[in-house]
Design a protein around this ligand. Structure first.
Ligand code: NAD
Ligand code: UGA
Length: 453
């Protein structure tokens, strides 16, 4: 069997590497129009940082796992074609700022329709609005009368930073489709390493909608606890204690209750906005408003964090240096898409602060690109370590929960900083009491104010 995957990104690369790793008899070819990305997949330095990925790719590459720019050839040869291209939020025209931009999906469908000569199973792995399979089917049908196509929905639930774990032992695999044979063919691939009862099958629309719903529920939990974090700060309650107390209720559960500077990542915001747009499209304004609030609360949380820094530092950070620890949207990834760090840093730069930024995985180029024209060599300094970033800084702000940020020599760092030395932990990974003993004026998210000095 031959699999073709269109899109060699954070989903296409790891997912296909896992299939190749688990099924040596299947030839998997991942194609992309981005030549630099494909070259990186074929090099010693993979284009994405993901724990455990290197070993899997290097173990199968050149054997049954291939990365190529020849999209047409892979389509022609593939029995199963996964579509793993991006589905970002539309930035123009009808639905701008909410609807999914489906142009990459449509390009793939048109390409498949125009060149396929044999029957194929087309798998939507990208996250798409419910009923997209209909559009794909219509394009495929219009293109080539000789070949026939079955369209399946098989959304991906992996999280970055834990992609290999998630792919090895997923809670479930979801396959939606109308043709039992095609569903079974795909299910039997996953069943090589995933217990059969975890391979769920549904109709196409339930599968498409379940993906948007899962992300909306996950993001909603974060916004819910972040909303409570604001109340904790006003009342001296501790949000982590509240999260623990409610999370021990088995009906609520402990996961995704970590208060933070706000969720980031390429998907939560875009998928909720897409859900909001869909609801509006179907005339369900109350439902749309309900879900939109999750994104509004996240914007509020990012703004609140930055305003707390400015407010605490005597209402001005102009010409003060702030050490930014972490720029990725979460630990163990180099991905910065929608990272809360971007908004916080831009706002601080707007207040004329000087930023010393350190992230273990994010490149200088990426940081400057994300910050845009407000950043320059005079106000943003990229550092090689957390300690270097803190040296001479008036404040430290933790924006990504990299483990290393909790393991610093804080007494030494304190000595390097002008006093009062401020500490703002946007991830609640530090021992604030210890920091206060050293002398820091330390704050966490949703943690009451320290006693007035
Ligand atoms: P990505 O931007 O990292 O990768 C997409 C790739 O598709 C790019 O490399 C791009 O060059 C390529 N591409 C676009 N059009 C193409 C075409 N016509 N032919 C060949 N290649 C083409 O995106 P991603 O993060 O991998 O996400 C892909 C999809 O998966 C999205 O719909 C996303 O919502 C969903 N998803 C992402 C994650 C995640 O953790 N990133 C998890 C689950 C689902
Ligand atoms: C998320 C989902 O967890 C995946 O299931 C889904 O497949 C994926 O989106 C997607 O569709 O793209 P991801 O964005 O990679 O995965 O990472 P998460 O672990 O979900 O974290 C998202 C953001 O929420 C991060 O900024 C993280 O720091 C934040 N977060 C997470 C919190 O602030 N608190 C939490 O308790 C959990």
């Amino acid at each position: 069997m031959k699999i073709c995957c269109i899109g060699a990104g954070y989903v296409g690369g790891p997912t296909m590497a896992m299939i190749a790793h688990q099924c040596h008899d299947i030839t998997v070819t991942v194609v992309d129009v981005n030549e630099t990305r494909i070259a990186a997949w074929n090099s010693d330095t993979l284009p994405i940082h993901e724990p455990g990925l290197d070993d899997i790719v290097k173990g199968r590459r050149g054997q049954n796992l291939f990365f190529d720019t020849n999209v047409d050839k892979a389509i022609l040869e593939g029995d199963i074609i996964f579509i793993c291209v991006g589905t970002p939020t539309k930035t123009f025209g009808v639905g701008a700022g909410r609807a999914a931009d489906l142009r990459y999906i449509e390009t793939c469908a048109r390409r498949i329709a125009s060149i396929a000569t044999t029957d194929k199973i087309i798998v939507e792995k990208s996250t798409i609005p419910v009923r997209t399979a209909n559009s794909i089917k219509r394009i495929l049908k219009a293109g080539n009368a000789q070949a026939s196509f079955e369209v399946l929905s098989n959304p991906e639930f992996l999280a970055e930073g834990t992609a290999i774990e998630d792919l090895t032992e997923p809670d479930r695999v979801l396959i939606g489709g109308e043709c039992d044979d095609s569903v079974e063919k795909l299910a039997s691939i996953y069943a090589r390493w995933i217990p059969r009862e975890r391979v769920l099958t549904t109709n196409l629309w339930s599968s498409e909608l379940s993906k948007l719903t899962a992300n909306a529920f996950l993001a909603q939990r974060i916004s819910s606890i972040n909303a409570i974090s604001a109340l904790c700060e006003a009342t001296n309650a501790e949000v982590d204690e509240v999260a623990h107390a409610i999370g021990t209720d088995s009906r609520i559960g402990p996961k995704f209750l970590k208060a933070s500077v706000g969720f980031g990542g390429s998907c939560f915001q875009k998928d909720i906005l897409n859900l909001v747009y869909l609801c509006e499209h179907y005339g369900l304004q109350e439902v749309a408003d309900y879900w939109e609030q999750v994104v509004k609360m996240n914007d509020y949380q990012k703004r609140r964090f930055y305003e707390r820094i400015v407010g605490t530092m005597f209402n001005t950070v102009s010409s003060k240096t702030i050490a930014i620890w972490g720029f990725a949207f979460k630990k163990d990834t180099d991905d910065t898409r929608e990272s809360a760090a971007i908004a916080v840093c831009q706002n601080l730069l707007g207040e004329q602060a000087q930023l010393n930024i350190f992230d273990p995985q994010v490149s200088k180029e990426r940081i400057f690109e994300d910050l845009g024209s407000i950043a320059n060599d005079d106000n943003v300094h990229i550092c090689q370590s957390a300690e270097e970033a803190a040296s001479g800084a008036h404040a430290i702000a933790i924006l990504t929960e990299w483990d290393t940020f909790a393991e610093q020599d804080f007494a030494k760092i304190y000595d390097y900083m002008p006093k009062p030395a401020f500490f703002f932990d946007g991830r609640n990974i530090s021992d604030l009491e210890k920091l206060r003993e050293i002398g820091f004026e330390a704050y966490g998210v949703g943690q009451g104010r320290p006693p007035a000095v």
